[in-house]
Design a protein around this ligand. Structure first.
Ligand code: ADP
Ligand code: MG
Length: 314
């Protein structure tokens, strides 16, 4: 795999080692992820790219603690998530992760404000401040004048802003977005990406899955997957595929951008069904007990890379 990552003195917020996710389908084993190593530091802005079926959503779902790997290690903010049970994992998810989906996943009968308050209803700590915090999050995404609108009274871009506010409201350590602009037109795509850039400038760690080179171009680093493996990892300005695309654009092949959007729509439609299934699954998970449990996930259990690696080898 080609890589030109600069060194960062702080320990990574995300450490992934030899991550595998296999699915049994009939007699066949689908290797959705087949040995991924990845470190991501605080306040990075990373784009994950790859063809449909390359494992992007599988990786995002594991990063987002929606799913567990078949094997390998995933340490998030010093927490070895691969060792946690599903309910502990749900707790980590609620505390650490803001997730943004292609299809927004808002409650249609609830106002923007209620939608944004939702994650806090699962989190005892913030319940009394829920309304105040939700309003602040909506302000962050410039929707102060749409607080009482329901999703069907909002444009696609505004709906995605509500979803972003909902993702931000618990002050997550990482923001994960799986094809956040897949259902948006070009103009709205630019607005949403601009918002990501602002959040990144404010210190947010952001990981975004996209099919679109122009979207990836705003991230600082591009990780590419193929058949469940990482095939490249570069700062955006030195990613050869991205630079090829930039050159083509500069040579006036601007209509290519439209093609990319159309291709993207095809690809992302293919991804949607699977994503939907996972969303449904998380909706039906029992959540009441998440914060009532006396069992706490291990906090501050620093694991050096060496420890993790020796553990996986053994
Ligand atoms: P991407 O998001 O890059 O399109 P996915 O992560 O959704 O790719 O899927 C990677 C591979 O794993 C695909 O071949 C897909 O068909 C398969 N896959 C994903 N989820 C499941 C599942 N729940 N059961 C069986 N196969 C799956
Ligand atoms: Mg996908």
């Amino acid at each position: 795999m080609s890589t030109t990552q600069p060194q960062n003195p702080k320990p990574p917020i995300i450490q992934i080692r030899r991550l595998k996710k296999y699915y049994k389908v009939g007699d066949e084993t689908v290797r959705a992820l087949d040995g991924v190593d990845l470190d991501i530091h605080e306040n990075e802005f990373v784009a994950i790219m790859g063809a449909s079926g390359s494992g992007k959503s599988t990786l995002m779902n594991i990063l987002g603690c929606l799913d567990k790997p078949t094997s390998g290690a995933y340490v998030l903010n010093n927490k070895p998530t691969h060792k946690l049970g599903m309910s502990q994992l749900a707790r980590v998810r609620n505390e650490e992760i803001g997730f943004i989906f292609q299809t927004f996943e808002l409650l249609n009968r609830a106002s923007a404000l209620r939608n944004v308050m939702l994650p806090m209803l699962y989190s005892r700590a913030n319940i009394f401040n829920a309304k105040k915090r939700a309003k602040k999050a909506l302000q962050q995404v410039s929707l102060t004048d749409r607080v009482h609108h329901r999703p069907n009274q909002l444009s696609g871009g505004q709906r995605q802003r509500v979803a972003i506010a909902r993702a931000l409201v618990n002050d997550p350590s990482i923001l994960l977005a799986d094809e956040p602009t897949g259902n948006l037109d070009s103009k709205t795509t630019v607005e949403i990406i601009q918002l990501f850039k602002e959040l990144h400038a404010q210190g947010q760690t952001i990981i975004v899955v996209t099919h679109e080179e122009d979207v990836a171009g705003h991230a600082k680093r591009i990780v590419r997957l193929r058949d469940g493996r990482m095939i490249s990892d570069h700062p955006t300005e030195s990613d050869p595929i991205h630079n090829d695309w930039v050159d083509r654009m500069a040579k006036g092949q601007g209509s290519q951008a439209q093609v990319t959007k159309a291709e993207h729509k095809l690809n992302s439609d293919a991804d949607q069904q699977h994503q939907q299934a996972l969303i449904e699954e998380t909706k039906t998970k029992p959540r009441k007990r998440l914060f009532g449990s006396s069992k706490k996930p291990p906090q501050n259990t620093p694991q050096s890379i060496n420890e993790i690696e020796s553990e996986i080898k053994s």
